[in-house]
Design a protein around this ligand. Structure first.
Ligand SMILES: Nc1ncnc2c1ncn2[C@@H]1O[C@H](COP(=O)(O)OP(=O)(O)OP(=O)(O)O)[C@@H](O)[C@H]1O
Ligand SMILES: [Mg+2]
Length: 465
């Protein structure tokens, strides 16, 4: 503990922003907005409210108000009296205390975590051999860069809990295309870079054999891959045992057969089935995240006590913030109306970022960005881009699933299994398998009211009709 710390060598303004952002999210459920970010950044760099106001093109008074609110929130979160004048020095002290494992604040049991501060603290290293003490080995070349990220706090919390508290070996992040799976996982990775010795992001967008994937993974870990697939697996699982690794495999749906029920492996990718089972069943300290539009049996967990498998099924976002920077305007004058129409648009397109981006482009071109004008026409418009996307999805389904979808699209309301079954000329086996498979693809959702009902995604329904 006898070390002294010069703060600026360990903390830069981005780390401070991340730290404050996390406290704010914990307290309010919302991330820092642009002005709040500017206040934190400016204050850290010892700028005046005048400088910050000029940079943000807002008044000095407004910046002062935002600042006051922020200092109040931080004071409560850290149990310290935080003001503009003492923000930097207080954070420095809090940091030093926390790096000596002292708990911060009386009412908030929070310490700076190593994910925010990548600091070489001996004591910390000794108590946490999983993290900074060993050399890290990260390959995120194929991972997207996340610039904007909203909501999904509970999903991030779930993943963190599964990985850091329960050591769940196999986590699947599932949902429709465009719902935000890749973005969510990348955000989790960005927040936890320091927690893993090895992080490798792979995509099966252009699928490859398991053997090639194993060779790639071993190469990133600086190991020369042995000859046989069995030997390679052994090498990899030895690494999984020795080190805390995080492997992300994106676009897993591409190894499944098109035209058949969901989650059936193509012959050349059948090895993946054993690989996923091995990840679950062997003992090690590592975690694999699969990202897929389609669920297969190995991703499903029937007994959480028995198997270290979890799946996170994503639904749409409902925050107006996701529409910002999409060039949309609004003809309404009040903020509430403006938010209301944006929320309507988000609900109409089921909170799916891909649909929302696509429709925003159309609204920009044809309605000069005015959401209320578009909504006034009262139609669920399907863009060209969506149409070709859904055609692809429909063609990818098995013939029985296509029959069910076509039938479901005729109903305006969710329908019970019995009614749906009656309206179709399918055997009980085909019907049940088809209905299950459509849910494994997140095209049909089950609604639990007094009766169990099934519903086709509205946007998909419009395309099928
Ligand atoms: N939480 C979020 N905040 C802001 N933008 C988001 C969020 N989630 C997704 N997006 C945006 O929505 C778009 C689609 O997200 P993403 O690529 O993660 O979807 P996906 O589920 O992985 O789709 P696919 O299955 O087709 O790969 C991205 O451009 C991303 O920027
Ligand atoms: Mg993706």
């Amino acid at each position: 503990m006898g070390e002294t710390f010069t703060l600026h060598s360990f903390m830069d303004v981005n780390e401070v922003l991340q730290f404050v952002d996390r406290l704010v999210v914990e307290r309010t459920g919302k991330h820092l907005d642009d002005v709040q970010r500017a206040v934190v950044e400016g204050t850290w760099q010892r700028q005046t409210y005048d400088d910050i106001a000029q940079k943000c093109h807002v008044t000095k008074n407004y910046v002062g108000d935002v600042g006051a609110e922020l200092w109040k929130l931080l004071s409560e979160a850290l149990g310290e009296d935080i003001k503009k004048t003492n923000f930097r020095s207080n954070l420095e002290r809090v940091y030093i205390e926390s790096s000596q494992n002292i708990c911060i604040g009386t009412n908030h049991n929070f310490t700076f975590s190593s994910q925010i501060l990548n600091q070489p603290n001996k004591q910390h290293q000794e108590s946490n051999t999983n993290t900074q003490s060993k050399s890290t080995n990260h390959d995120l070349t194929l991972a997207p860069q996340i610039i904007k990220f909203h909501n999904r706090e509970s999903e991030i919390k779930n993943i963190s809990n599964w990985i850091f508290n329960q050591n769940i070996h196999l986590i699947s992040v599932l949902g429709l295309s465009g719902i935000g799976k890749t973005t969510l996982v990348k955000r989790f990775v960005d927040l936890n870079l320091q927690q893993f010795e090895v992080i490798i992001w792979k995509s099966l967008k252009f699928p490859k054999s398991l053997e090639l994937l194993l060779t790639d993974l071993l190469n990133v870990c600086h190991q020369e891959a042995k000859e046989t697939i069995d030997a390679k697996l052994k090498q990899l699982f030895n690494i999984f045992t020795d080190k805390k690794c995080l492997i992300i495999i994106d676009d897993v749906q591409n190894i499944f057969i098109s035209g058949e029920l969901a989650g059936q492996y193509q012959t050349e990718y059948k090895d993946y089935q054993n690989f996923f089972t091995m990840i679950t069943e062997t003992q090690h300290q590592s975690n694999v995240i699969l990202i897929s539009q389609e669920q297969c049996a190995e991703m499903e967990c029937l007994d959480e006590e028995l198997y270290p498998i979890r799946c996170l099924e994503l639904s749409g976002l409902d925050d107006v913030e996701i529409l910002r920077n999409m060039g949309l305007k609004d003809s309404s004058t009040t903020l509430t109306n403006h938010e209301e129409s944006w929320l309507k648009l988000i609900n109409l397109y089921e909170g799916n970022c891909f649909y929302l981006k696509s429709i925003s482009m159309l609204i920009n071109k044809n309605y000069d960005g005015k959401v209320t004008d578009f909504l006034a026409e009262n139609t669920l418009h399907i863009t060209n881009q969506m149409q070709s996307h859904f055609r692809e999805i429909f063609n990818h389904l098995s013939p029985k699933e296509q029959e069910i979808v076509l039938q479901l699209s005729k109903f305006d309301r969710p329908i019970s299994r019995e009614d749906l079954r009656q309206s179709l000329n399918l055997s009980s086996v085909d019907f049940n398998n088809g209905l299950q498979s459509l849910q494994q693809r997140y095209l049909v959702t089950k609604i639990k009211e007094d009766k169990i009902l099934f519903k086709l995604s509205l946007v998909f329904k419009e395309t099928v009709l």
